[in-house]
Design a protein around this ligand. Sequence first.
Ligand SMILES: [Fe+2]
Ligand SMILES: [Fe+2]
Length: 324
Amino acid sequence: MQTAAQATNSPHTFSRDTDRYAKCVAASKRVRWEIDRDVIRGRDFNFDKRFLPDGLSRLGELSFLNADERRFLSQIQGRTYANTFGLVERFIGPKIAEVSRDHWLGDQAAFEALVRFTDEELKHQELFRRLDAMATAGMPAGYVYGPQPNDVAGFVLGKSTWSVLALTCHIEIFVLQHYHQSIDPDHNLDPLWKDVFLFHAREEAQHAILDELEWRREDEKLTSEERDRAVDDLIALVAAVDGILVAQSRSDAQYFANANARTLSVEQLAQVEAGLLRAYRWQYIVSGVQDARFQKALGSLITPAQFERIGAALAPILAGQNVH
Ligand SMILES: [Fe+2]
Ligand SMILES: [Fe+2]
């Protein structure tokens, strides 16, 4: 005879990963923060400070810039960095809400973890919109963030779930890497900007775990042919990301040139644009694909030939990167 607990929690209520989902729920509750109460706390940016640390902005490669110009460029990059997370969160939230459907009448810990994940991404988007409004108020006019979140999300969500989860896992792993390796150790960044990414990383830590679980779960549904097509989708998604980075590095270089105190030569402007593209490719593509955790997750799902196909597609993007 079944006990009451067994009757309520039929075997289908639990997945093999239920403990991991439950731990994500517990951590999500423990670190939960509010935008005004915990992060902004009535503060504004200090524009005498850098936003993005040198390890991510890679401004050391633009030797002709003075200290003020470096600081301004780190702020432009920091603004684009925040906007880009707001951009990708537009497709991450709906995709996670969509895959949560498989858990509706199943593992309730998994369902709760993904609902919290979706809710957190909605909050993050609001936070990044608030930051951009504050940056607009405190920085020279003329900055443009080009990509339209709904257009980009519409394109991304048209690709296979496997590829969207792969891209999402990649993003959420590099968020953590950037914070722990570059942002946290730099004690000269604007304190508000730095806090934003501290609080963001605290919630992203759970997201990265959940991405891996959902990606693997999705992977188990696919035939080898479907997975092979999903690898093509992932390559197409990375190419689309790169297209965004090419356009935004041009836009940000032009804004820098227009707003900067000294007039740059055509050659210097071209160097700034190339430097921004190198930095953006490092931030949004290369640092993630070279991350050991992402490589392990991807490598466990695909064949060596597929791994090589992705590597070949990345080669032109990696070519302009100096050793890191
Ligand atoms: Fe986020
Ligand atoms: Fe996230």
